[in-house]
Ligand binder design. Structure first.
Ligand SMILES: [Fe+2]
Ligand SMILES: [Fe+2]
Length: 347
């Protein structure tokens, strides 16, 4: 099937009929019937999609399609529907097009890289993270950091979230690098504050390492597994680090664990209690919040104030807003990286 329409060209009221990757299908119950909520994506972006079915579709018809989507998670399907704007977000509604959702498009007839959304430059981000690991002076901590990364399958390719911020292929690695670089920048711009830079770098790089256990590769995307919501990502990080406890002395190990445990700040179970833990928390917040507001502003017109779903509050697009051409370029280069993704997989 020829890919005719891309996510970034979809506007409200547009009739859409093209192939897309379906992500995170969930069966929901509406006022009159069941429906399926999911996201559809290609290499230009991701938008939400609701599959309502035809006027005479019954709950069994919707369930049948949901089962087909669940069995073929991460596959490409023909989406035929109409775009609208709901709660300030673009959305595709599928009615008659439900007929095309019983089977995926033949994988041999598509180009997989057309369907993998990643604005991240995975290779560059990976190289920068590995260079930061190399800069750690404490030998044991450096070994721990490098070993954990090597053993954490998919660290460079997995997303950082199902939705909200960095929710795309390579998002976890991009977010991690941002947190590490922001942490270092905060540290270097503070006068008279004593910091342990080894702990700061290691804590920043490992703060979300538990997310590697939250996603499994399904077809062309990384699907959240039950531990994503049942465990979150701090407990799995603790489990992972406990295997490498012997690499460092007790004090270093405890401080490292403390950064991971407290990185959600005031609202987490443990409040940060070291300067390094506060810095990683602030850096995490900066990276996450600015990506969320930037996503929320995508559908806004210049000068428009709207309710941002991710920010859960009002967001404003300035009159002087300009598209970031740098991001577009990095998106282009990431497409090339997709062909070599497999070489990043840790054993
Ligand atoms: Fe986190
Ligand atoms: Fe984070």
């Amino acid at each position: 099937m020829i890919k005719k329409i891309y996510v970034n060209s979809i506007i409200p009221k547009m009739a859409v009929d093209s192939a897309f990757l379906i992500e995170n299908p969930t069966l929901r119950t509406g006022k009159n019937n069941k429906y399926i909520a999911c996201s559809i994506s290609d290499n230009t972006g991701k938008i939400s999609c609701k599959i309502w079915g035809q006027y005479n579709s019954g709950a069994c018809d919707i369930e049948e399609v949901f089962n087909a989507l669940a069995e073929n998670e991460g596959q490409i399907f023909r989406i035929s529907g109409k775009a609208d704007k709901y709660n300030n977000d673009l959305n595709i509604n599928v009615n008659d097009g439900i007929e095309y959702l019983k089977n995926p498009v033949d994988i041999k007839k598509i180009t997989p890289s057309d369907y993998i959304y990643s604005p991240a430059n995975i290779k560059e981000n990976r190289d920068k993270i590995l260079k930061l690991c190399e800069s750690v002076k404490n030998r044991g901590l450096k070994d721990l950091l490098q070993t954990v990364i090597k053993k954490s399958e998919g660290f460079f390719e997995k997303p950082a979230a199902k939705s909200r911020h960095h929710d795309y292929t390579g998002g976890l690695c991009e977010h991690t690098l941002e947190v590490a670089e922001i942490s270092l920048s905060i540290g270097r711009n503070l006068a008279g504050i004593n910091l342990n830079y080894d702990i700061l770098i290691a804590g920043a790089i490992l703060h979300d390492i538990g997310k590697c256990q939250s996603f499994d590769k399904k077809g062309l995307y990384y699907a959240p597994n039950p531990s994503y919501s049942l465990l979150g990502h701090i407990t799995p990080a603790m489990q992972t680090l406990s295997r490498y406890r012997a690499f460092v002395d007790e004090g270093t190990y405890l401080e490292l664990l403390h950064i991971i445990q407290s990185h959600h700040g005031e609202h987490g179970e443990t409040r940060p209690q070291t300067p390094e833990a506060w810095i990683v928390h602030f850096a995490d917040n900066i990276s996450a919040t600015l990506h969320e507001i930037s996503e929320d502003l995508k559908p806004a017109e210049r000068g428009e104030l709207l309710w941002g779903k991710r920010m859960d509050g009002f967001v404003f697009k300035s009159d002087s807003y300009e598209e970031n051409s740098e991001k577009v370029n990095s998106s282009e280069s990431s497409k090339k990286d997709m062909t070599t993704l497999d070489c990043f997989n840790s054993e």
